[in-house]
Design a protein around this ligand. Structure first.
Ligand SMILES: [Zn+2]
Length: 91
């Protein structure tokens, strides 16, 4: 069992690719551990920009042809959901 700085309990989310993500039940803070995280982060952020989603879809599909990036699309999709969640909090 892990504890967040806010005192809340940190729970592990669904594992995709070699990507472990955690979130705090109290403050909603996210932590991610993955060797492909730089790509997940990059494409997820890009996908949230207007007009970029098709480019991201194409790029991710190309990268997934390589076994190392198997599951990248899923991880990016999950990250986009997470980004939307944090947008809701900010607005
Ligand atoms: Zn917390």
């Amino acid at each position: 069992m892990r504890q967040c700085k806010c005192g809340g309990i940190i729970k592990q989310n669904e594992l995709t690719m070699q990507r472990e993500s955690w979130h705090c039940e109290s403050c909603g803070k996210y932590e991610i551990h993955s060797q492909n995280d730089q790509f997940v982060e990059h494409y997820a952020k890009l996908a949230t920009q207007p007009g970029w989603i098709d480019y991201v879809r194409h790029q991710v599909r190309e990268m997934e042809k390589h076994p190392m990036f198997n599951g990248l699309g899923k991880a990016v999709a999950q990250r986009i959901k997470e980004l939307n969640v944090s947008c809701d909090i900010q607005s």
